[in-house]
Structures are given as C-alpha cells and as structure tokens.
Design a binder for this molecule. Structure first.
Ligand code: C5P
Length: 218
C-alpha cells in the first residue's frame, strides 16, 4: 500500500459512548484531518446482516465494503440498539475484520491531499490499524455516564428506549469488545488515558489539544 508521507495521524480507542467520536470530530476539524468513526463500518455491516439475512456472506460483505465511500458513512446514523448489539457480534468474525482492515488503513495512510492527515477511532486502532500514529489516546468514562450520554443521544433522535435498556446493551458490548480473542479493546502502553467522566466536550478537546500542540510546536 502506498502511504502519504509527513502526515499527522491520530489514533483513538475507546469503549462505547465514551465521547471518542465527538473528540475525534473536533480534533479533525481543528487540525484539518480526514476523520473516520470505524464503529460505523461495523454498524453498517450489522445493518446489512439485519436487513439482508439471506444474502449475508463473505462475498456480499466484501462487495459492500469495496464500494463504500467514506462520505456515505458520514451520512449514516445506525445508532439503534439492535444495530449496536449486532455490530459487537459481527465484529468478532475474522473475515469481516479482514475486509474492513484495508478500508481503514487506506483511509488512515492515504487521506485526500487537502487534509493534513487522518484521525480514526475504534477498538483496535492504536495497535492494529495505525500502530505508528503520532498521537494515541485511550478515551473512557464510567459505565453509567456513558449509558446516560447514549440514552440522551437516542432520545434526541426520538427513539423509544429506556435508560436501563441502553445501560444493559453497553454493558454487554463492553464485555464482548474487551474479552474477544480477535482485536479486543485494550489500552496500549503508548496511549494516553483520557477519562471524560467529569469533562465536558470543550474541556476534553482543550486537554487533548494542549497535548498535541506541545509536541507539534516543539
Ligand atoms: O464505536 P461503536 O460503538 O460505534 O462500535 C460499534 C461496535 O463495533 C463495537 O461495539 C465493536 O464491537 C465494533 N468495533 C470494533 N472495532 C472497531 C470499531 C468498532 O470491533 N475498530
């Protein structure tokens, strides 16, 4: 794979609803980076499985990923509990991770010329997808805070769901993501831990910006 030289790469791993997407988007806007919420790819595949169960096989998934445009992903919401739960199931399948892998690495290492680099968030970004990222963060928050954030997000989208249902789903996904054999969620030694439990969006962004600026303005 061809790689663009001298680009800034930010890799973020985090459990569900910890705020990684919000931070990733804000950082990308500020530093002019190509942003990818990698969870959306797994959500999209989960959506395909739920909607086309008879067609769902390796060939079908590969063809869908190959024709996927990064901008199409941005338009997709795919936040329902059903899709979330299915995403954490299909993301354990080896052929699916393999199909998604090259889409992600190409995105990370070959952002369009108009961008200064890339920013990806997910579960295995810091150690598998962009292991040589200039900046690596592990963003987390306590379980109840994360469940409340996701609950409010879903309520804003007029989804019929209770806080308890969201809490249960996030708990289950954490368990799946942390304990699976293939590409589990983990904090690498070289990632900086950011706990967003008591931070609002702005202070979280400023905290990370300070860390980045200190190094790039050196
Ligand atoms: O980040 P998000 O909550 O949207 O991700 C949905 C699911 O996709 C996660 O629970 C996880 O199982 C899976 N995922 C993954 N690897 C990634 C991103 C997401 O396995 N890099």
């Amino acid at each position: 794979m061809k790689k663009r030289k001298n680009i800034l790469k930010i890799a973020i791993d985090s459990p569900a609803a910890a705020g990684a997407g919000t931070i990733g988007k804000a950082l990308s806007k500020h530093y002019n980076l190509f942003y990818l919420d990698t969870g959306k790819i797994y959500r999209y595949i989960a959506y395909l499985k739920l909607n086309y169960p008879k067609k769902f096989n390796i060939k079908f998934v590969k063809s869908k990923i190959q024709s996927l445009k990064p901008y199409d992903l941005l338009k997709k919401k795919l936040l329902s509990n059903e899709v979330s739960n299915e995403a954490s199931i299909i993301s354990k399948i080896k052929y699916i991770r393999k199909a998604v892998h090259s889409f992600q690495t190409n995105f990370a290492y070959n952002p369009p010329k108009k961008y200064n680099g890339s920013c990806l968030d997910g579960r295995d970004i810091t150690y598998k997808i962009v292991p040589d990222a200039e900046f690596k963060f592990y963003i987390t928050a306590n379980l109840k805070t994360r469940a409340m954030r996701r609950y409010k997000e879903l309520k804003n989208l007029n989804k019929k769901i209770t806080y308890e249902e969201v809490l249960k789903s996030i708990k289950k996904r954490d368990k799946n993501d942390l304990n699976r054999k293939i590409s589990p969620l983990k904090k690498t030694k070289d990632s900086l831990l950011i706990n967003t439990t008591n931070l609002n969006k702005r202070s979280c962004f400023l905290k990370i910006k300070k860390i980045i600026d200190r190094k790039i303005n050196y």
